[in-house]
Design a protein around this ligand. Structure first.
Ligand code: AMP
Ligand code: ZN
Ligand code: FE
Ligand code: FE
Length: 274
């Protein structure tokens, strides 16, 4: 399976596999490269370069930022962010803290609804990584409060459900500016899920470099439409599997969506032009 999978989660956020496991798996299935794009953290990239070299594949550093647009969640991918910059570290640390506080409030709500769960149960699953709702869902599943992860979202922690607590987020424009300031390439993740096509043109004006055309949640027709939108706005057309390991369904298998190395070359050219 040649090509590059530009959207992969690890245990540094809500993925089920470590970077080491994913890099090995990627090499085994013949991928040329992957981008590690954890939610609001770059911790999963520690040591990834050496592991990638040993495995004979390329690892592109990335991050997936959650943003808020009128109460809707829009994800913005950032590739090649310089995470050694102090302002980047500060911002990402702030996001980890706000995630942790929010998890505490959601657990309180779940308790008030009559279900026993502790913050430790949730943190045992997230480890030192970016903690999120999927960890709560898994903890509830393990406690027997729900039968599926989906049920946890539908009954408790999905947007607008009784244990849902929002958290402070960037606006999509702020995320684009942040990624640019950090030397990265901002790309709108899975526009088909975000349902924010009207945002593409104004964000492109603000420096958005690409849209994720190829994603397992996009139908072939949607991919054609997003490819056309990318062309209309002179944006990179990226893609990836959004692999989360067993935390998500098999349609999100590693490498199920890839782009060829031409796209990676276009990303390099985009960086050179800046
Ligand atoms: P968080 O960043 O903590 O708000 O969690 C968001 C993540 O939860 C998303 O990236 C999805 O992976 C997952 N998620 C959100 N809504 C659902 C849902 N209805 N069913 C399953 N997973 C979901
Ligand atoms: Zn996720
Ligand atoms: Fe996403
Ligand atoms: Fe993702």
């Amino acid at each position: 399976m040649p090509g590059f999978d530009l959207h992969v989660h690890t245990t540094a956020s809500d993925g089920a596999c470590s970077s080491a496991e994913i890099i090995r798996l990627a090499a085994d299935i013949g991928l040329e490269g992957i981008a590690i794009t954890d939610h609001d953290t770059t911790q999963g990239l520690a040591g990834a370069d050496e592991m990638a070299r040993a495995a004979g594949i390329t690892v592109i550093p990335g991050v997936e930022l959650s943003t808020d647009f009128d109460g809707r969640e829009i994800h913005i991918l950032g590739y090649y962010l310089n995470d050694e910059l102090e302002m980047v570290q500060d911002k990402l640390t702030g996001m980890q803290n706000s995630r942790l506080k929010r998890i505490c409030r959601m657990v309180e709500r779940i308790n008030r609804l009559g279900y026993k769960l502790s913050v430790c149960d949730v943190l045992a699953l997230s480890g030192r990584g970016s903690v999120g709702r999927p960890h709560i869902a898994r903890a509830m599943l393990e406690k027997g409060h729900v039968r599926t992860l989906q049920e946890a979202f539908q009954r408790f922690i999905g947007h607008g459900k009784p244990a849902y607590v929002p958290r402070d987020k960037f606006s999509p424009g702020e995320a684009v500016h942040f990624i640019l300031a950090a030397g990265g390439i901002p790309v709108m993740a899975h526009p088909g899920l975000s349902k924010a096509n009207s945002l593409i043109a104004p964000l492109a004006e603000q420096g958005l470099a690409g849209i994720e055309v190829y994603h397992p949640d996009h139908s072939p027709a949607a991919e054609m439409k997003f490819l056309q939108l990318a062309r209309d706005h002179h944006l990179l057309a990226t893609g990836g599997s959004d692999f989360h390991g067993i935390n998500k369904s098999t349609s999100f298998a590693l490498g199920c969506r890839t782009v060829d190395k031409q796209v990676v070359a276009e990303m390099a050219a985009w960086r050179k032009r800046r």
